[in-house]
Design a binder for this molecule. Structure first.
Ligand SMILES: Nc1ncnc2c1ncn2[C@@H]1O[C@H](COP(=O)(O)OP(=O)(O)O)[C@@H](O)[C@H]1O
Ligand SMILES: O=C(O)C1=C[C@@H](OP(=O)(O)O)[C@@H](O)[C@H](O)C1
Ligand SMILES: [Mg+2]
Length: 414
């Protein structure tokens, strides 16, 4: 027979990460298959189907098109994996539940005897509900916009132990939005978000700030794919593959961000890193200049620091949504805490440090005739709040770039 089809079935798949995951698992020809609803049934009648994953909006629609549906998938009401077996029939499974349980276990989340609030009532919510029931959760409250349990009545569930987001609120490109405020759940000891882009949604950044253990959805995405591959080729895959693929994806998708005093070398080291890694570098100062249509000194002369900071915040919000990039900031980006969230959502943040006597000051309005020691005293706690690591830039630019890249490869999954 001609080559068999392997891939992901959905309607709009532009932002899917499934191809690199299945490729890393050894499924060479895996591809994205975008279909309109009327093409779904004819497509599934093709004899050259090998195996498929299924995503929004077809996880329910494919159930009657399978010859055999696994019991768990039927009771959840959602099929995300279809395999053509040697008997020629199409078998449907749900591996999202395996992915969900892997994500929870990895984050140390236990469901037995707990009360959970699940935000959202769509397909991912059905999977989460099934997983929680299976693990013996004591109470599950499903919040939907239009149901009796909605976002206006969250205070009924102030005793919840766990909060699970299954809505797309906060997902790329809608970064920064949160479906709920975690301070409504003072007993909350675990937060799971099925979103994986960005890695840290506003909900997860809040959980981290409150010291609540949490996880994004990437471990779930990887684990459902591993389980799907086990069905595809009827072979067990060692557990270690989950973490190998997860850390590869983290490395490829995490942004590398440089912060630090004006003139400390962020642009220079960033360009060296772009050269070293082949990654794209975005300099927020340059983005501000193109938004303003003039140079930074001209912008300061026209509208003062406030005009500069407003454009800096807009440019930082846009740059922070990127994945797998190098982001170079201006020295004062940390003065606005909202910028921290933009940079940290997908980034590992390096604070570049260079002796104050060596800092360049030309073309930097705030550095002209300034007391840089006083500026350092004011800003050091702000850099400390935002950074993941300190990078010393007292050697050469190339040495600093090489050190940062080594550290990044080791720690981008942290
Ligand atoms: N490690 C270094 N060794 C020598 N010169 C450096 C080093 N780091 C930065 N510089 C120089 O300092 C100046 C300011 O660097 P730049 O990258 O523009 O700083 P920033 O973007 O942090 O304001 C540039 O001329 C740059 O080449
Ligand atoms: O420290 C600051 O407040 C500033 C630093 C500059 O960027 P560099 O850090 O690249 O010099 C630039 O954003 C602007 O002049 C304001
Ligand atoms: Mg710069």
């Amino acid at each position: 027979m001609a080559e068999r089809i392997y891939g992901l079935l959905g309607r709009r798949l532009g932002h899917s990460w499934s191809v690199p995951i299945h490729t890393a698992l050894g499924c060479g020809g895996y591809r994205l298959i975008e279909l309109e609803p009327e093409s779904l049934a004819p497509f599934l009648r093709r004899e050259d189907i090998g195996a498929l994953n299924v995503t929004i909006p077809y996880k329910r629609d494919v159930i009657p098109l399978c010859d055999v549906v696994d019991e768990a998938a039927a009771s959840i009401g959602s099929v995300n994996t279809i395999v053509r077996r040697p008997d020629g029939r199409l078998y449907g499974y749900n591996t999202d539940i395996d992915g969900f349980l892997y994500m929870a276990r990895r984050a140390g989340t236990r469901f037995a005897g707990k009360k959970a609030v699940i935000l959202g009532s769509g397909g991912a919510s059905l999977t989460a509900q099934a997983a929680l029931r299976q693990e013996g959760a004591q109470e599950i409250a499903v919040i939907s916009r239009s149901g009796p349990d909605n976002y206006e009545t969250l205070s009924r569930h102030a005793d919840a132990d766990l909060v699970i987001n299954t809505t797309p609120v906060g997902m790329y490109p809608g970064n920064g939005a949160a479906p709920a405020d975690l301070t409504a759940f003072p007993r909350c000891s675990g937060v799971l978000d099925v979103i994986y882009n960005p890695r840290r949604t506003a909900l997860l950044l809040q959980a981290q700030a409150l010291g609540i253990p949490c996880s994004d959805g990437l471990p779930m995405l990887v684990a459902q794919a591993v389980k799907a591959e086990e069905h595809f080729f009827d072979r067990p895959i060692p557990l270690s593959e989950h973490e190998r693929i997860l850390s590869q994806l983290r490395r490829e998708t995490t942004n590398l961000v440089l912060i630090g005093m004006p003139g400390c070398g962020k642009t220079a080291v960033g360009m060296a890193l772009a050269e070293l890694t082949g990654r794209k570098a975005i300099d927020i100062d340059a983005q501000v200049e193109s938004r303003a249509g003039c140079s930074i000194p001209e912008l300061f002369a026209r509208g003062g620091e406030a005009a500069f900071r407003a454009l800096e915040r807009e440019a930082t919000a846009e740059a922070g949504k990127l994945s797998g990039s190098i982001i170079l900031t201006g020295g004062g980006v940390v003065k606005d805490a909202r910028n921290d969230a933009s940079l940290r959502q997908n980034g590992r943040v390096y604070h570049l440090v260079r002796d104050l006597s060596l800092l360049a000051t030309n073309g930097r309005p705030l550095s002209q005739g300034a007391d840089l020691a006083a500026m350092w005293r004011e800003r050091e706690p702000l850099y400390a709040r935002c950074r993941d690591a300190v990078a010393d830039n007292s050697g050469t630019i190339a040495e600093t770039a090489a050190w940062i890249w080594r550290d990044f490869c080791e720690h981008s999954g942290d």
